[in-house]
Design a protein around this ligand. Structure first.
Ligand SMILES: [Zn+2]
Length: 98
């Protein structure tokens, strides 16, 4: 498991990445379903709601926070385990590619 990376710096970056590449630049809150293209859900406007975009952003960040927490716990366990080993034991494990 690699160290998790925060998927978006902030809501602006999330909003930007959410936009379909051909969406108008003044589109503030793109429809989550069509990303601003226009679909039956947004009645062809491409507009979503601020609340829906924020909720999606918070969901993505919450998932990242869970992964980060898990990674921190594993990292702490790894460090604690390594402290119990001798240099020779660590060397032996490295040779195995662990
Ligand atoms: Zn739509």
């Amino acid at each position: 498991m690699e160290k998790p990376v925060r998927p978006y710096k902030n809501i602006s970056e999330f909003r930007y990445q959410l936009h379909w590449c051909g969406a108008p630049e003044d589109l503030q809150w793109p429809c989550l379903k069509c990303r601003g293209r226009g679909c039956p859900d947004c009645e062809g406007t491409g507009n979503g709601t601020r609340e829906a975009v924020l909720a999606e952003y918070r969901k993505a960040i919450a998932l990242y926070e869970i992964e980060k927490q898990r990674w921190n716990e594993l990292e702490a366990a790894r460090r604690s385990a390594l402290k119990k080993l001798t240099t020779k034991e660590i060397e032996a494990l490295r040779e195995l590619g662990i």
